[in-house]
Design a protein. Structure first.
Length: 233
């Protein structure tokens, strides 16, 4: 029972800094929705509002229920799971400990489930997470998020700092998760071309506001997007 998500009048402040300014989003159930924009545009703050890890005003509605009053763990129970920027894995703990930290219930079943998606993790269970390669760490971070059995997976810059071949693996996994596991994906990316290659539609944030929105093909063809975010190609 995956539902649409609607965001109305979202504002995030950090002291005097107005990071998100009245953002309105509609995230259809089953979609990959990209949130794009430059450094500091407010993408991460928007995602953190979904996750409940930052204070905000405005309302986030899942189906017909506002989640604004729910703390982080209750949002996770509802299936809203964040894979944070910088991965947020525990570098001094083993792969297995990281995975188990992501699970609420059905730990065994969820482990088998993520091994199906990331078979390499099964051979690395006792490896210290900090000794994995950057790409492997990103995959571990996604795997850990999947351990919570999300219905809505929020990914903050999963391609950051990774070689193109690894980015390709990550985007393949995101597509797989969306198409086969029917998980709604909210994808924050500075890498516009990567995000628009897999998203169904997207929002471009500028200075805390939605500057552009549309279907992924439309955004890819938009002259402003091409000039500012796709390197003028
Ligand atoms: P990036 O990709 O660089 O993370 P972003 O689009 O995700 O950029 P945010 O991280 O949401 O942007 O930041 C939006 C604005 O809020 C920026 O001006 C940033 O400096 C500010 N900001 C973010 N977090 C904090 C914080 N904890 N305290 C103060 N200001 C913050």
């Amino acid at each position: 029972d995956v539902k649409d998500i609607l965001v109305k009048g979202l504002n995030v402040w950090y002291g005097p800094v107005h990071a998100v300014k009245g953002v309105e989003l509609s995230i259809p159930a089953g979609s990959i929705t990209a949130i794009l924009g430059a450094n500091g545009a407010g993408k991460s703050s928007t995602l953190k509002a979904f996750a409940g890890s930052v204070k905000y005003s405005g309302t986030i509605i899942v189906g017909d229920e506002s989640i604004d009053r729910l703390p982080v763990h209750e949002r996770v129970r509802k299936g809203l799971v964040l894979c944070p920027e910088g991965r947020g894995i525990f570098y001094h703990m083993t792969v297995k400990e990281n995975l188990l930290a992501g699970a609420y219930t059905n730990k065994k079943a969820n482990l088998d489930f993520v091994f199906g998606i990331f078979p390499f993790l099964k051979e690395r269970l006792n490896q210290i997470a900090g000794t994995l390669s950057g790409g492997e760490q990103q995959m571990l971070a996604i795997a850990r998020a999947l351990m919570a059995a999300p219905k809505y997976l929020m990914l903050d810059e999963p391609s950051l700092g990774l070689a193109p071949i690894v980015v390709q693996r990550i985007t393949d996994v995101i597509k797989y998760i969306n198409e086969n596991l029917k998980i709604t994906v909210i994808l924050v990316e500075q890498n516009t071309s990567v995000a628009l290659s897999i998203a169904h539609h997207g929002y471009v944030l500028e200075n805390g506001k939605v500057a552009l929105q549309g279907r992924a093909e439309e955004l890819r063809d938009n002259p402003v997007v091409r000039e500012k975010y796709l390197g003028g190609v």
